[in-house]
Design a protein around this ligand. Structure first.
Ligand code: ADP
Length: 670
């Protein structure tokens, strides 16, 4: 097993800790926000989202097993009576229905009021109901509530099965908008009208709790989010007017064996109607249809199931945390986009789940959490970014000042260094020339070292001076018409002795050229640098070839190539070759003196002429540096007037400090 060094383990731990922190922060903040939001009443919003889901859900078709028999305005008009019509008419209705053997009869009508009308005897109704029940049709009366409690049917009808048939409207518990979204299933342990009817039908047991039912401690009641099927644009439950039955104007088969719900539906009386998630029209959907819907949802056991509080909180936390993470890590705009996309996706997904499986995931808290976190975090982010930009600006200003100082310092120091260095070299040369018998061979060798070290130092100072000239924008070309072949030849000449020392042959293949306009001094410097490098980075015994020719591909000009058989360089090394102070780090270069400025300056000088300096090289196979110069310089003025931006000279100086002064100088000055 490979063991990791301690530093690396620390780094890995730190990285893991940081990543964990990055993930935990949005989660923690999301949790706190959503937990706080759970104490805020957002039911007004949730109710609207709930209604939207109900309206756009896959809705079951209302069952043809249930038929509504309505005491409506027409019935009352024809009977010339009042709502809900005297009990004798109701007894007549039961007698008319009895031969049809209905599956069950639910009778949620205020029979106390019916008994008062015309002071009719309740016995006819009681007998009719009992006859029906004897013949196997359960009859269930529906009662109402007043401040004193349940209003039982008038004696002796109270002996008939009866149950509370109130239609629940969201008053102070959920949304407060009086819309019927749920039903009361049991109160004080007693089943209410629809559940009791389902029990009377023998379809559900005494302790049946349909899906979507839940216990409310304060009310000591079971409630039930039933599945609506009363979509306005679809056929609802079949309806027959009571008067048509009383007058025999109906199709008996349409009622035979059905579950009949009998109730009043008066356009004049809004208490016969209730608002639903589909419509806020107070006189559109009769309570009788809603009772039928509740009954069917109990029989189908397909109520709407609410997700537990903890799960809702978890979902809200995750969605909010995603927005928080996104806003922190990305730009405010993509944060906004993410909030929008996440919010929309959440709504869509939760909607589909609701529609397909009847599972209700609360959407108000996640949406509020996402929006709130966005609005809290974006200003926070903007402040942070503004601070960072301000700090960056300040750092930049300081850097510009430092760069300026450094330029001035370099220029001063190099100027002041040049004279003493030249004097040292001159004196060393003078002593060497005058050396007589008093000088030993070792003395002479030392003097030679002093001279060559001073020369090298002088070259370095010159390079630095060029650099400060470029940086200060004072760089200009002194153009003259010149045959570059003469510059090549004189450059070769000055390196012949050095080449001989290394047993390197310098060859030239120069085509006759037309004179071109160049700065002869700068081009000579470039040529010398390239020849110097070619000798420095070649092993003894190699060959160095300089060629020149016309090259008019892009524009009229000349091409000069310096080809060596030296150590060459790799692709990655080539990439930075022309950067300031860059030196390839290998055994060969560390033992060779150099500043890493030569190629940078060379390319700068060539480009100042509008030319190009390129290299082709591969490790161990030598290098070819190619200079292309135009017949007439193209970029002279712009180059001369616009200095290159300061490119972190100080940093590079620091990075390359050990190599900036050649090893031979260090050695000789020890
Ligand atoms: P230096 O003073 O170090 O020679 P240069 O800018 O002239 O600075 O060269 C930069 C680096 O490029 C050198 O340190 C060397 O590693 C590499 N280099 C330059 N010319 C050659 C060449 N002809 N062959 C191989 N490497 C070279």
């Amino acid at each position: 097993m490979v063991s990791r060094p301690a530093g690396e383990i620390d780094r890995v731990r730190y990285f893991k800790f940081k990543t964990l922190g990055k993930a935990l922060f949005p989660l923690g903040l999301g949790f706190i926000l959503c937990f706080a939001l759970s104490y805020v009443d957002l039911n007004w919003l949730e109710a609207r989202l709930y209604d939207f889901r109900v309206q756009n859900s896959l809705t079951p078709t209302p069952s043809s097993e249930i038929v509504l028999i309505t005491w409506d305005d027409r019935t009352i008009r024809e009977l010339e009576t009042e709502f809900p019509a005297p009990l004798s008419h109701h007894a007549a209705l039961l007698n008319a229905l009895a031969p049809l053997r209905p599956r069950a009869v639910g009778y949620p009508i205020d029979l106390n009021r019916a008994a008062e009308l015309g002071k009719t005897s309740p016995h006819a109704f009681l007998t009719a109901a009992r006859t029906m029940m004897r013949e196997g049709t359960p009859v269930l009366l529906g009662t109402t509530l007043d401040v004193t409690g349940e209003i039982h049917p008038p004696a002796p009808l109270h002996q008939l099965p009866h149950a509370l048939a109130i239609t629940h409207k969201d008053g102070n518990v959920f949304s407060g908008d009086k819309v019927t979204r749920r039903a009361l299933l049991r109160t004080d342990g007693k089943a209410t009208f629809p559940l009791r009817l389902a029990q009377e039908l023998g379809r559900v047991s005494e302790d049946f709790h349909p899906t979507g039912s839940y216990w409310v401690e304060e009310a000591q009641s079971d409630f039930f989010f039933f599945r609506y099927n009363l979509k306005p644009d679809r056929p609802s439950y079949a309806r027959v007017s009571a008067i048509d039955i009383l007058k025999g104007r109906f199709e008996p088969e349409s009622l035979r064996g059905k579950i009949l719900l009998v109730g009043t539906v008066s356009r004049e009386d809004s208490s016969d109607f209730s608002m639903t998630p589909y419509s806020k029209n107070p006189v559109l959907v009769p309570k009788l249809a809603i009772q039928a819907n509740i009954l069917e949802s109990i029989l189908q056991n397909n109520g709407i199931q609410q997700l537990p509080f903890s799960m809702n909180l978890l979902i809200a936390t995750i969605t909010t945390a995603l927005v928080i993470g996104w806003v922190i890590l990305s730009s405010p705009f993509s944060g906004l986009l993410a909030t929008f996309v996440l919010g929309l996706s959440f709504l869509l997904v939760s909607h589909f789940i609701f529609s397909l499986s009847g599972l209700w995931i609360r959407a108000a808290e996640p949406l509020a959490g996402m929006l709130l976190s966005y609005y809290v975090l974006v200003p926070y982010r903007l402040i942070r970014e503004y601070k960072a930009r301000w700090a960056y600006q300040r750092r930049n200003d300081i850097l510009i000042q430092v760069e300026e100082l450094k330029r001035n310092f370099l220029s001063l120091v190099t100027h002041d260094l040049k004279t003493p260095v030249a004097r040292i070299q001159g004196l060393a040369d003078l002593l060497l020339r005058r050396a007589d018998h008093r000088f030993t061979a070792s003395d002479k060798e030392t003097l030679k070292h002093i001279s060559s070290a001073a020369e090298e130092l002088d070259r370095f100072i010159n390079s630095l001076l060029e650099l400060t000239r470029i940086d200060s924008g004072k760089f200009e070309l002194n153009l003259a018409s010149k045959d570059v072949n003469t510059l090549i030849e004189s450059s070769i000449e000055s390196f012949q002795s050095l080449a001989r020392e290394k047993n390197i042959t310098i060859e030239n293949q120069l085509e006759p050229l037309f004179p071109i306009r160049v700065d002869p001094l700068l081009i000579s410097k470039v040529l010398r640098n390239l020849i110097d490098n070619a000798i420095k980075y070649s092993p003894p015994g190699g060959m160095l070839t300089l060629t020149s020719q016309e090259e008019n591909t892009t524009a009229p000009g000349v091409l000069i190539c310096v080809k060596d058989q030296g150590i060459g360089m790799s692709e990655s090394e080539k990439a930075q070759l022309f950067s300031r102070f860059y030196r390839i780090k290998n055994e060969q270069t560390t033992n060779t003196s150099g500043t890493g400025l030569g190629l940078y300056l060379s390319r700068y000088f060539i480009e100042a002429h509008g030319g190009k300096l390129t290299v082709q090289s591969s490790p161990g196979e030598g290098s070819t540096f190619s200079i292309w110069l135009p017949e007439v310089p193209t970029t002279k003025t712009s180059f001369a007037s616009s200095p290159r931006p300061p490119t972190g000279l100080l940093t590079r100086l620091k990075q390359n400090q050990p190599q900036a002064v050649s090893p031979s100088i260090q050695e000789q000055t020890r």
